[in-house]
Each structure stands twice: as C-alpha cells, then as structure tokens.
Design a protein around this ligand. Sequence first.
Ligand code: 5AD
Ligand code: SF4
Length: 440
Amino acid sequence: MNYHLTSFGCQMNDHDAERMRGLLESLGYRESRIRDDADLILFNTCTIRGSADERFLGNLGEARRIKRENPDVVVAVGGCWAQSQKELVFTQFPFVDIAFGPGEITRLGELIARERIEAVGAFSFDGAFSGTLPAKRERPHHAWVQISVGCNCVCSYCIVPAVRGRERSRHPQELVDEVAALAGDGVREVTLLGQNVNSYGRDLPRGERMTFAELLRAVGSVPGIWRVRYTSPHPKDMREDVIAAMAETPTLCEHVHLPAQSGSTAVLKRMRRTYSRERYIDLLARIRDGIEDVSVTTDLIVGFPGETDEEFADTLSLVREARYDGAFTFVYSERPGTEAAAAMQDDIPPALKSERIQALVDTVHEVSRARARRFVDAEHEVLVEGPSRNDPDRLRGRLRQNITVNFSGDAVPGSLAMVRITGASSATLTGEQVGVRVPA
Ligand code: 5AD
Ligand code: SF4
C-alpha cells in the first residue's frame, strides 16, 4: 500500500507530518511521491490564514478527481482545517473518507481500519500528543519535540485557540527521556515546539511541573545533544530566567524567534497581545544584553483592521529599531470564529495591504542583509545537514544563529564543521570549511 502526504502550515504541522509518516510506515505503508499512485491520499491541513485554506482546497479538488477515477482510494484530511470544519466536512466534501483533528493523529491507524466500514471523523481537544509516535524525520540529525499543544492566549486575529483548544503540557520527564532517546538515535539538534513555550508546565500538577527555563536547562544537558532551539515564545511571558538559561547553557543556541505582530501599541492593543511597543523593545534589549551575538527573528502582520498609515509606519520603524535577522511577514486575513472577525471590520483595501506587505518585505530584507554581514570574514560553527540544495557538490548547514550556510568542504552530515564565511545575502551565507569541531 502506498500513501501520499501533503502538509501545509506551521512547524507544529511539520512535526505532526513526520509522525504521520512514521505511523503509516510502521503499518507497512510506503510513501509515494506521486499522488496519482497512492492508495491513501492524506492531507495535513492548516487554517491560520485564508490563503492556506485556498491552497488546500485546490489540492483537495485534485484528490476528488483521483477518487472518481479509482473509488478504492482513501482520502483522509487531518489537522486544523479539518478541526475547524468538523460539522461540514463530510457533507461539503462527500468523497472524504476520514477527517480528524490535530489531537487524533495517534488514532490514524484505527481510523484507517474503521474507514473500510464507514466514513469516520475524530475530533477533540484532549487527544494524545503526536509527540509520542515514532517519526520519519525530514532532517535526520534534527528533531522537533512537541512540549505542549493548544494556546490560552486570546490574540484577536488568531484561530489557533479555537481549533487546538486550551494549552496542555507534556510531562517534563517524558520530554527529557524522549530527547535522550533521540540522541541515541543520532539526533544532534532539537527544536522544542509549542504555541507559547513560555507558559509550558503551568497546567501540570504542582510537584511534577518544571518551568520552561528549567526544561531548557534539562534538555540542554542531555548527552549527545549539541544544539537546542525553541519556538515560539510570547513576549508577554518571556522572563529573565529563560534569558539566563540561554546565556548559561552552552547547547542553547543564540537565536530567539520573538513574534511582535505589530510595531504600534494601539494595534497591539486591538490584537490583544497585552504588551506595548516599549515593553517589547525593552525585552529585546534585555535579551541582547544577556545573550552574546543573539539573532532575533519575528512574525509581523500588516493590514490589521483599522491599521492607519502611522500605525503601519510604526511596524516599519520597529523592524529597523529591533534589527531583525529575519521575519515572517503576513497580510491580515479574517478568520471566522475569531474575535477580530466578529467585532472588527476587515477594512484595509487589498491594494493597500499589498503595498504595505511589499514595503515591509523590502525593509526586512534591507535590515537582515546588513545584519548578516557581521558573520563575513570570520569562522563559525556549522551543523552540517547535507548537500546544498542548488549545488550538490557543496554542503549546507546552519549557524547556531539559525542562518543557513552553503559551503565547500567534506564534513559529514550530522557533524560540526568550522566554516569561514565569505559572503552574505539576506537569507543565506556562503563559505569554505576550514576545520571540524569536536563537541565537548
Ligand atoms: N492573518 C494573518 N496572519 C496571521 N497569523 C495568525 N493569524 C493570522 C491572521 N488571521 C500569523 C501570526 C502568527 C503566525 C503563525 O501567523 O503572525 O504569529
Ligand atoms: Fe495564536 Fe496568539 Fe496563541 Fe500565537 S499566542 S497561537 S498568535 S492566540
């Protein structure tokens, strides 16, 4: 039996997709690169922005055609879009056989077995963590580790709390054991994943819980793990203890992804982010003071309801003031079920939204290109991932600051190389290997 999997959306979904692959392969399925050849067509969906829905629906139309030609094909739809459409999915898309929410991935095997009898749907907020399943990893020496699911924040634009439910944390010992097992399996770098990693553990019983800073230190001292990252912290919950853990634990990488969303205090208020521009900048200053040569990236939204020219200009000036090394930039898109959709007018015309996103992207490029130059003409540690994507004779890896480097050399994937950086574009660096690094 063959399966074909298409995954959309965020890093949480990338993580879930690795688990779906691992689970299906343990059931004897093999991955097919071509959707037409598959016995099981599986989608892992996202619904955070309107464009995600549109892209997915295009792909689902393709699955309908294949199923029409071969009715034995099973079509399965998992993830956030499925969860958000749970009342409608089987009536609107009758060719879908299985639909399940992000909390039901561990039951995928059972759902496939039951599908033989009837169309099945499974949705809940308190399902098992997909982190407990075996993964088929995209990068063999890197693993995602899901520390929590759900989100207790109330950001007015965001659909995540409605589809992923309240925040639930995994037990710290289970996480440390998982990371130790990954290290035994050759993994050298882990990224801890949660919607708001800083509130990790608050839902666990007293006496059993760890703070996020304590978890970072514990994971960071697992033998064989050389690099630890995490995403994403909410600025309102980022505390000194996390900054101190990063400064004091050698394996914790010098990179913070700190979603700002907007540079305007008034917009932040409408977004219910609960911090001001000033508090955000103050936090950033403390991060830069505490962690030497840290890189900082962010998420920014343009065209939020009511965003004035001045408020948008505040976002541009934040990019310069914060000196971002990179940013994910988004055009606001109204999501039914959010506070903003219910209470605010999506009143920024599409043409103005595109003008703003273009200006934002240009500013981010300019700032991050200037930032990347600080690495040039120096030697840096690179964790080797494999051949370079555009030139198989060269290698690809990342700095501790999470910036990709393409370089000439002979280091093996999963090792640490010392690379002399010779050039910088905004997104990637180029260089030459000058040695290897043996980790302590
Ligand atoms: N419109 C545009 N961007 C959004 N994001 C979340 N919801 C929306 C929305 N409705 C962005 C935020 C978040 C990232 C994952 O997606 O910037 O941090
Ligand atoms: Fe959405 Fe805000 Fe939670 Fe992030 S913190 S998942 S933006 S509600």
